[in-house]
Design a protein around this ligand. Sequence first.
Ligand code: SF4
Length: 166
Amino acid sequence: MPIDLKFPDNYRVIGKRNNDNGKNFYFVWGPGKEAEAASEPKVMADYEKRGERLVPLGVHGTSVAVDWDSCIADGGCIDVCPVQVYQWYRTENDIPAEQMINGTSAGTGSCVRDERKDFTDKSEPVREHDCIWCMACVTVCPTQAIKVDQANLEVHKKAAEAYKDG
Ligand code: SF4
């Protein structure tokens, strides 16, 4: 199941991933779902090797939104992005995905397609704010896990205001 084309309708903020420059951040949206990652043998084999459970992870990012339940760590998006919006999240901090959604990122993870830790890794839109709307990542993703929509900058802004007000 690709990313819901109506995203972010029917989703709510479940996490805020800060950039350690103290300025930028992106939101994580739930609920998650069972999707392509759960039926991809390479992904499931690597979860088993780690002794980690696959759980619904939701969508990382708002205007550059990556459905982590659909992401199978192909890395095509990482490869084609001209401005390095993405990194492999585990190459910066190798912890289960559900534990990183409210953390802080230095953005020091790998932006090289074949440097994923393994197939439980995910493409993290850590520099969402740098997107130039070229749509290359959307086109290349084999599971259609990515929705890029400049109009959702406003959604991000409103979510940020609501988050601040608690
Ligand atoms: S739309 Fe283009 S610039 Fe934006 S994240 Fe995708 S590949 Fe990168």
